[in-house]
Write a protein that binds this ligand. Structure first.
Ligand code: FAD
Length: 609
């Protein structure tokens, strides 16, 4: 019989990104004994990749900024589908959470008068992003990690949670395995906080790190937790599609801002043919006018390459679909033929060095091959706006894995502050819940044994399929059929593909030992990835409109009926998933006035913001 080691905690936090570490600190402050589990090493979570900064209405650069303006901006960006109470909690608390990081040692960039500096970002009415150069995520993690270790977290690194454990409908821990040794671990916990991040890896092209396989969404759903608005996924238009070593990595909008142009395989600048009606007259109509704008001529209009992210992404997809794409399914982004090499190296140093080092691609000499890259998921595990509790007792969620705050689309910078506001709330609530649970914890031995047998099954299945091939198929088909632009036929086809992949994911074969076996890890990841992919596709099929991060070719406009509905993805007793449309929570009149203020003047006059 397989052996396993048992660890006992009051609160088990799954994930050591910004949300997980902040939750762990809050739970320890409440007196809980806390364990933190992470698939990678401490300090290596996806959060370290965040660059631009964390949004908080501190008013350091523009004193007019305050939580009400941030509240309105966030709801506007989210197409008003956000949970208004979460947005209120978030915008009110974010400034305190940033100041707290500073007290714990984070070295933010400064204004000339010594305050934390704040920068502009899309969708924010005022400069609002506290930042540390272009490595804010790294500083956030460094600070939280130092603090958490000092406070006494027990960290289980290179450990993957495979299943949550339940007893009488309540979460009582988790089963995992050490990735290095293959040893099984049972965590008995009075409360569990999921902080497992996003799901970008279900797509072929993604800016997300290898850890973002969407495990938390599936783990939660498999024990009966509701998910919300899984159709809303943010795609950035210019991720690298080639070479493989840099696939998905973001190419900053700055490349286009410095004169980089998008071309198809025929060498044509296709963005001039893709200016939507609502932007007509606002963008340059000739290459000559676009160049004048880039040279600072205020009478000229901006190049169409600088249209909004969704428009650019859609145009690239159209070129690819109509046979004019680059060899690897994208378009060419060319700065090499437009600007001298020295200029590119000076203005875009990180881009130049990154692609040179990682992809042996010299962007001063060759064009880049780019296409839409999956960047962020707005949907997630449905939580209580005050406590981050899910509908399953003992289970909490925070960070990118939790849904509700961002509605249909997230504003840049609103994730890092989400992590610390709601990580803290989740940790506090989980510790309070744990303190109320008296008596010793029981986990069901039979449940543990069954999950271990299930996890080891690929080693005893010599005729099974190759898990890497299955993963490749999943990611390619999700990219094609449920990516940036969706339509009913493709989504339905994807559901059939997923039904088939789901069966095959339980019939994989791996060889070798359990010690650091990537084939085995992939086989187990696949089981969770097909589950969450299905939730995304079902929700995308149900939303017959285009809004925020969800764009339908067959329903290209927003529909007022859907403007009032969230989609809840619920697991039925037979294990299948259903999508239930639910009216948005009622917003009180005084908050509605803030959210619906026509402009900043009205906001200031009518609501005193
Ligand atoms: C290139 C890039 C730049 C970005 N820039 C910004 C920015 O400037 N500002 C901003 O606000 N947002 C930004 N974002 C978004 C932001 O970085 C993420 O949304 C955020 O970091 C997610 O944090 P998290 O704590 O929820 O999860 P993560 O940081 O993803 O951490 C998840 C943790 O869970 C662990 N885990 C997952 N599954 C399991 C499992 N089964 N068992 C055990 N452990 C598990 C992982 O190992 C990891 O430790 C950016 C994203 C990208 C890709």
């Amino acid at each position: 019989m397989e052996s396993y080691t048992v660890h006992d905690y009051d609160v088990l936090v799954i994930g050591a990104g910004g949300a997980g570490l902040r939750a762990a600190i809050a739970a320890i402050e409440k007196g809980a004994r806390v364990g933190v589990v992470t698939k990678s090493l401490l300090g290596k979570a996806h959060t370290v990749m965040a660059e631009g900064g964390m949004a908080a209405a501190m008013g350091n650069v523009r004193p007019e900024d305050n939580w009400k303006v941030h509240f309105r901006d966030t709801l506007k960006g989210g197409g008003m589908l956000n949970n208004w109470k979460m947005v209120e909690n978030y915008t009110k608390e974010a400034p305190d959470r940033v100041r707290e990081l500073e007290q714990w040692g984070a070295v933010f960039d400064r204004t000339p008068d010594g305050k934390i500096n704040q920068r502009n970002f899309g969708g924010h009415s005022y400069p609002r992003l506290a930042h540390v150069g272009d490595r804010t995520g790294l500083e956030l993690i460094r600070t939280l990690q130092d603090h958490a270790v000092k406070m006494g977290i027990h960290a289980h690194m290179e450990t993957t949670i495979y299943r949550l454990l339940t007893d009488a409908g309540r979460v009582v821990g988790a089963l995992g395995f050490n990735r290095q040794t293959g040893e099984f671990l049972v965590f008995r916990a009075k409360a569990v906080v999921l902080a497992t991040g996003g799901l970008g890896r279900i797509y072929q092209i993604t800016s997300n790190s290898w850890e973002c396989t969407g495990d938390g969404f599936s783990l939660a759903s498999m024990v009966g937790a509701d998910l919300i608005d899984m159709e809303f996924i943010q795609f950035h238009p210019t991720g690298m599609v080639w070479p493989p070593s840099v696939m998905g990595i973001l190419v900053t909008e700055g490349v286009r801002g410095e004169g980089g142009v998008l071309k198809n395989s025929e060498g044509k600048r296709f963005m001039f043919d893709n200016v939507p009606e609502r932007y007509k007259g606002e963008f340059a109509e000739t290459e000559e006018e676009a160049e004048r704008w880039l040279q600072g001529d205020r009478s000229a209009r901006r190049p169409p390459e600088l249209l909004t992210r969704d428009v650019v992404a859609r145009a690239i997809r159209k070129e690819v679909n109509e046979g004019r794409g680059s060899p690897h399914g994208g378009a060419y982004l060319d700065i090499a033929s437009r600007r001298p090499a020295d200029y590119i190296k000076k203005k875009l140093p990180s881009m130049y060095h990154q692609f040179m080092k990682l992809g042996n691609l010299d962007i001063t000499k060759e064009p880049m091959e780019v296409g839409p890259t999956c960047h962020y998921v707005m949907g997630g595990v449905r939580v209580d706006p005050d406590t981050q509790a899910t509908n399953v007792p003992g289970l909490y969620a925070a960070g990118e894995v939790a849904g509700g705050l961002h509605g249909a689309n997230r504003l840049g910078g609103n994730s890092l502050s989400d992590l610390v506001v709601f990580g803290r709330r989740a940790g506090m609530a989980a510790a309070e819940y744990a303190a109320q649970q008296t008596g010793s914890l029981q986990v069901d031995e039979a449940q543990v044994r069954a999950y271990i047998a299930e996890a080891l099954q690929p080693f005893n299945n010599p005729q099974g399929e190759n898990p890497f091939a299955l993963m490749k198929e999943l990611r390619a088909t999700m990219q094609k059929n449920a990516g940036i632009m969706r339509e009913e036929g493709e989504l339905k086809a994807q559901l059939e593909i997923l039904a088939n992949l789901k069966k095959r994911a339980w019939n994989t074969s791996v060889s070798g030992s359990r010690a650091y076996n990537p084939g085995w890890h992939t086989a187990l990841d696949m089981r969770l990835m097909v589950e969450i992919s299905e939730a995304v596709v079902l929700a995308a099929l149900a939303r017959k409109e285009s809004r925020g991060g969800h764009a339908r070719l067959d329903y290209p406009d927003p529909d007022p009926t859907f403007a009032k509905l969230n989609h809840i993805i619920r697991r039925n007793s037979d294990g299948t998933l259903s999508v239930v449309a639910e009216p948005l929570p009622e917003m009180p009149e005084e908050m509605r006035k803030v959210a619906e203020a026509k402009d900043l003047k009205e906001l200031s006059e009518k609501v005193g913001a």
